[in-house]
Design a protein around this ligand. Structure first.
Ligand SMILES: Nc1nc2c(ncn2[C@@H]2O[C@H](COP(=O)(O)OP(=O)(O)OP(=O)(O)O)[C@@H](O)[C@H]2O)c(=O)[nH]1
Ligand SMILES: [Mg+2]
Length: 418
């Protein structure tokens, strides 16, 4: 892929006095492979529906674009297809919004077949209403942000072909989803509890998965590195097992086309028994990221799943952020995926939270049924154990499925239900 480094001018348009920082947009643009030349913040009482900005400001931008040898202008908000058309005419440069940049990053980072299909679908859905006429004239020769498909593919620019391709991609996704459902059903039968790692992009989710398990998920100081999630078994010290799965990073205003296309991937989080919510403590305001993550969780229907909160990168966090975070979230675990600190406690915390939905039972397992005792140790919580002449006596907390599976060994009906 010709990786020309585009020179980008960033523009934030805000109404009211909400504080705006173009720092995140700048990181997004750089991750997508362009260079931020300048950033302009424009405050307005109301937005112009056709061009967002007024005449005067647009003239200023025109000059800036010419003088700064700018290739592309990126807005820190969603711009409608009509606004994009108007703005790119006036400024005589391609005009992108934040969504286009995020989609571009996903396109570059997707690895698996399903990931690539999902990204391309999101890109085309975003693109279709933005084409003029048959669409061909919008093709940007030479590529650049907003024109790259997943892998080496260049995005389609012809309206009719896009529609056909969208239909085909949707069909392929449906097939892949079916395979995923079968896998998930199998997991459910085994009843190994699943914890999904969620959090803002770059919080260290993949690093934590690697530190806790033998996964070698890709870790980079970039945004949206993980597009294809990994699941691994996490074995606790005493042999109990939890499945731990990495997810796509979240960001404030995650493009809805992406959420749509990534539904099946995000379902992994939505169907988890527990969420491990990872927060980056090197951020000045971790709570802003927490809120953004909560918003996406609500959107995918995962906001009622119990959560364990973990503040990561404690090794480099500033003392005042750490202190503030501790005070605001006394229940949170403070960890460092780098140093491995706090991980054992956090894993225990995960298990404790998962076992809340367990029931306490008493079992007497004959020595000939060693598998059953092994099962209790692996997927339950053993509270007491005694070797008796007629077998192994256990008092344990087990999932409903395990209680059913091991019912022949039950000494009594469940003792207590949580
Ligand atoms: N100092 C320090 N850096 C960390 C720690 N954990 C992760 N990092 C760094 O943070 C960056 C992001 O880590 P990832 O694990 O890729 O983050 P992620 O949440 O999976 O990010 P995406 O997949 O891009 O959403 C990398 O540069 C890591 O080396 C930590 O405990 N301490
Ligand atoms: Mg990751």
């Amino acid at each position: 892929m010709a990786q020309l480094c585009e020179r980008a001018l960033l523009v934030a348009v805000t109404t009211g006095d909400t504080a705006t920082s173009l720092e995140e947009l700048s990181r997004l643009v750089e991750t997508a492979g362009a260079e931020t030349v300048d950033a302009v913040v424009q405050r307005r009482d109301r937005l112009d529906s056709a061009t967002l900005l007024g005449r005067g400001k647009l003239t200023e931008l025109q000059h800036e674009v010419a003088a700064g040898d700018i290739d592309v202008v990126v807005f820190d908000r969603e711009i409608s297809p009509a606004q994009e058309r108007n703005l790119s005419q006036i400024l005589d440069r391609p005009v992108l919004d934040r969504t286009a940049v995020i989609l571009d990053i996903f396109a570059q980072h997707a690895v698996s077949r399903e990931g690539k299909i999902q990204v391309e679908l999101a890109q085309l859905e975003y693109r279709l209403p933005r084409l003029r006429g048959k669409g061909i004239e919008l093709s940007r020769l030479g590529g650049g942000i907003g024109t790259r498909g997943p892998g080496e593919t260049k995005l389609e620019v012809d309206r009719r072909r896009i529609s056909n391709r969208i239909a085909r991609l949707k069909r392929q996704l449906r097939d892949l989803e079916q395979a995923r459902h079968i896998k998930r059903a199998r997991r459910r039968r085994q009843e190994t509890p699943l914890a999904a790692i969620v959090g803002y992009t770059n919080a260290g989710k993949s690093s934590l998965l690697n530190a806790l398990t033998d996964a070698d998920a890709l870790v980079e100081d970039q945004l949206f590195v993980t597009v294809d999630p990994t699941t691994r078994r996490l074995e606790l010290n005493d042999g109990r097992v939890v499945l731990l799965s990495d997810t796509v990073g979240f960001v404030r205003h995650l493009p809805h086309q992406l959420i749509e296309a990534f539904k099946s991937t995000l379902e992994e989080a939505a169907e988890a028994d527990l969420l491990l919510h990872v927060v980056d403590l090197t951020e000045e305001d971790p709570d802003a990221q927490i809120s953004a993550v909560e918003e996406v969780l609500a959107e995918i229907g995962a906001d009622r799943i119990p959560q364990v909160l973990a503040g990561n990168k404690a090794d480099v966090a500033s003392p005042h952020v750490l202190a503030r975070f501790r005070a605001a979230h006394p229940e949170a675990y403070i960890v460092s995926a780098f140093l491995g600190t706090g991980l054992d406690l956090m894993a225990e915390g995960l298990w404790r939270e998962l076992s809340r939905r367990f029931h306490e039972v008493e079992l007497l397992i004959p020595f000939s049924a060693g598998w059953a005792a092994a099962r209790v140790h692996e997927s339950g919580e053993v509270l007491a154990e005694d070797y008796r002449p007629d077998g192994i006596w256990l008092r344990a907390r087990l999932s409903g499925a395990d209680i059913e599976r091991l019912s022949e060994f039950a000494v009594d009906a469940p003792l207590s239900v949580y």
